[in-house]
Design a protein around this ligand. Structure first.
Ligand code: GLU
Length: 552
């Protein structure tokens, strides 16, 4: 067969050569050890937490080695595409502060010298490389119909043979030029296949960055390179793109491991240096039904979607911090030793990545988030709460915006000290958490062990001694003295020793004050709450509570 003639017959429009592209996309000049990595999702708009994790790991691998991280959109599967799907991904990773050096930045625009960073715009490139393979006798057209392929599958199943297009099943492998020409003339649809040089008795081996050394049989399948519509398969696009874009380290989900023999073979026949690979196991979840583990599922688990974290308002940094803990087993120890260091200072490496899938743990994320938020100052909290509320809770946004100084003073309570309060995990919790600052209580969780008269008495007395100018140090002794004067023990321990001598203890008294002011028994520091509410409002609330107690 005259392969050159065949290539011309199949690709008459392709005038470009591989050399043109090799020259256009220059080899990257990077320091030794610098890794070029990428995130290469399909534009489905849906960013899975596993995708974010892969993007995060890839970004870290590049930026801790002085390399490059880029975003390539793999839109070869038109069925999976959705409107604005690219934007969802671009925004999804940008919102998490995962910085790309190159690649798509909107539906249509990109930055960087290796454009287009979207596969549908690279058709000419794939066709050029496929033409070159045809010229080398390493690619051929296959006219088999879906029905024919189905019957091959059935036969292989019956004979308990490996599935796929190879050996005697590769019917179009040896078509003559004339046969091909005839079919092309008649407009018979076809795909382009690799003429695999593989030997089923040989094995390949490679060192996976996460999973270690892996050995597999060599590829013997004549896999599809270009589909009927001329669009490349994942395999072919992966080889061509990662070569031309200078990727040194392909980090991706471990569902691709079984395709490694195909990929290494493609790099070989194309004359490309293969990248290193690291395959990430999927993020798992305890399955309540079976008690076992299963993959975090897009359908069953809301937390599988990155949008979930935005909606409920986990701060992005807290989510990233959590991803660090599942990425590297030594991260938590590092965090203990460096409680205030920016997480980017942690030296990520593949050696500390778990071979098995990390178990997703919402409780741990909540804990990390509480610690993260507790370290923010009031201004930062307000800023992030507002950004969340603007998108997800308009009423709350309006409420907070009415008087931002007041709003800030609420978030300043028990913050900025040695041991800040760790009570907010996600912004969604804040409307309820701060409600009583914006709305006078109508329901009261008064202690059950005191009578209404006693409580009225406490509040009346407290109104007399309350001084809004008292410092935090003066405040409590005053409550204590008043308690004693009204017949309450000045400390719980005295009450416990001789309960019959007292009506209760100072804790009951401050509880009455707290509930009168907020409606709740559990709140942050009472002194600070009253300071934020202001004298007038505090007095009004005591009066309202007294009235309520009188009514009941
Ligand atoms: N587009 C592929 C996917 O979404 C990318 C895999 C890779 O990173 O190479 O699974």
């Amino acid at each position: 067969m005259d392969n050159k003639k065949l290539a011309e017959l199949l690709f008459p429009d392709v005038k470009t050569t591989c050399k043109d592209y090799e020259e256009k996309y220059k080899k990257r000049a990077l320091p030794d050890g610098a890794q070029v990595t990428r995130f290469a999702p399909s534009p489905t708009g849906f960013l899975h937490i596993g995708g974010l994790f892969a993007a995060f790991v890839s970004e870290r691998a590049a930026h801790t080695t002085g390399g490059v991280f880029y975003l390539r959109i793999e839109d070869t599967d038109k069925k999976r595409e959705v409107e604005n799907g690219i934007l969802g991904i671009v925004k999804g990773i940008r919102d998490f502060g995962i910085k790309i050096d190159e690649g798509m930045i909107s539906e249509t625009e990109s930055i960087g010298d290796y454009a287009p960073y979207i596969q549908s715009k690279r058709a000419q490139i794939y066709r050029t490389y496929c033409k070159a393979l045809t010229e080398m006798g390493l690619a051929y057209p296959c006219f088999c119909t879906a029905e024919e392929l189905q019957s091959v599958r059935e036969e292989q199943e019956k004979n308990k043979e490996n599935p796929g297009y190879y050996g005697k099943y590769a019917k179009c492998r040896d078509l003559s030029f004339e046969q091909i020409e005839e079919k092309i003339k008649n407009g018979v649809p076809y795909v382009m296949r690799l003429k695999s040089p593989g030997d089923e008795n040989k094995r390949i081996a490679f060192d996976d960055g996460i999973k270690g050394r892996i050995e597999m049989p060599e590829n013997i399948l004549d896999v599809v390179l270009l589909k009927t519509d001329g669009i490349p398969t994942y395999h072919f696009a992966h080889a061509v793109d990662d070569h031309l874009m200078g990727t040194t380290y392909v980090i991706r989900g471990d569902e691709w491991i079984s395709s490694i023999p195909i990929h290494l073979q493609l790099f070989e026949v194309l004359g490309f240096k293969p990248p290193k690979y690291a395959h990430i196991s999927p993020i798992m979840k305890e399955d309540e039904e079976t008690g076992g583990k299963r993959k975090l599922s897009k359908r069953k688990d809301p937390e599988a979607a990155v949008s979930f974290y935005h909606e409920v308002g986990y701060p992005n940094k807290a989510v990233l911090e959590y991803l660090f803990t599942i990425a590297n087993s030594n991260y938590e120890q590092w965090r203990l030793e460096n409680p205030d260091a920016p997480m980017e200072e942690f030296k990520f490496d593949f050696a500390h990545m778990s071979k098995a899938g990390a178990l997703f743990d919402l409780v741990k994320l909540t804990d990390i988030s509480k610690t993260y938020i507790s370290k923010l100052n009031a201004e930062e909290v307000l800023e992030q709460v507002l950004a969340w509320a603007r998108e997800y809770d308009n009423d709350y946004y309006t409420t907070l915006m009415k008087d931002t100084d007041y709003s800030k003073s609420i978030f300043a309570i028990e913050r900025g000290n040695e041991k800040p309060r760790k009570d907010i995990a996600k912004w969604e919790d804040t409307p309820q958490y701060t409600k009583y600052f914006f709305k006078r209580p109508t329901e009261y969780e008064f202690p059950e062990n005191l009578s209404n008269d006693d409580m009225i008495n406490i509040l009346e007395e407290y109104k007399k001694v309350y001084d809004h100018n008292d410092t935090a140090d003066d405040w409590f002794p005053k409550v204590r003295d008043m308690s004693e004067a009204l017949g309450y023990a000045k400390a719980p321990k005295f009450y416990k020793k001789n309960p019959e001598q007292y009506k209760g203890h100072v804790g009951d008294v401050s509880s009455v004050i707290r509930v009168a002011a907020t409606g709740r028994r559990n709140t942050p520091d009472l002194y600070q709450i009253l300071q934020v509410l202001g004298k007038e409002e505090t007095m009004t609330r005591f009066d309202l509570a007294i009235n309520k107690l009188k009514e009941d």
